[in-house]
Write a protein that binds this ligand. Structure first.
Ligand code: 5GP
Ligand code: ZN
Length: 109
């Protein structure tokens, strides 16, 4: 079972921000910004590329609630999902990084 499925099942502890029947938002173990949380569906999808679009529709509403809960909905934030090898994905269970709480900087090469 993947590491995030184990978090969903409570086998690995997490610092939960928000949870509903289908989604979980918890603090990243190794935060890169003042706010750095992960938003995942409880159901296992390998990455964004394998995720049905209706899941993404519901995830949108959940992520918006998370931003409000974290008080970054007005200051802004970045939502990122890494996909596969070139995307730098390390955990192969769909997750969105929500980072903010400070300016996160530009995407530069
Ligand atoms: P990826 O590179 O796959 O997009 O990001 C995986 C993220 O999961 C990393 O930011 C890493 O810090 C986080 N992470 C990995 N294992 C755990 C864990 O056991 N608990 C939490 N809260 N975060 C984790
Ligand atoms: Zn999983």
């Amino acid at each position: 079972m993947c590491i995030f499925c184990q978090i969903v099942e409570g086998k690995i502890p997490n610092k939960t921000v928000l949870e509903d029947e289908n989604f979980l938002c918890f603090h990243d173990i190794n935060p890169t910004r003042k706010v750095h949380v992960l938003i995942i569906p409880k159901e296992h999808y390998k990455s964004f590329q394998e995720t049905p679009s209706n899941i993404m529709c519901d995830l949108t509403a959940f992520a918006q609630k998370c931003a409000k809960e974290l008080n970054i909905d007005e200051s802004g934030y970045r939502l990122i999902t890494n996909i596969g090898d070139d995307g730098g994905q390390e955990v192969h269970h769909l997750h969105f990084h929500m980072i903010g709480g400070e300016p996160v900087g530009r995407l530069v090469r």
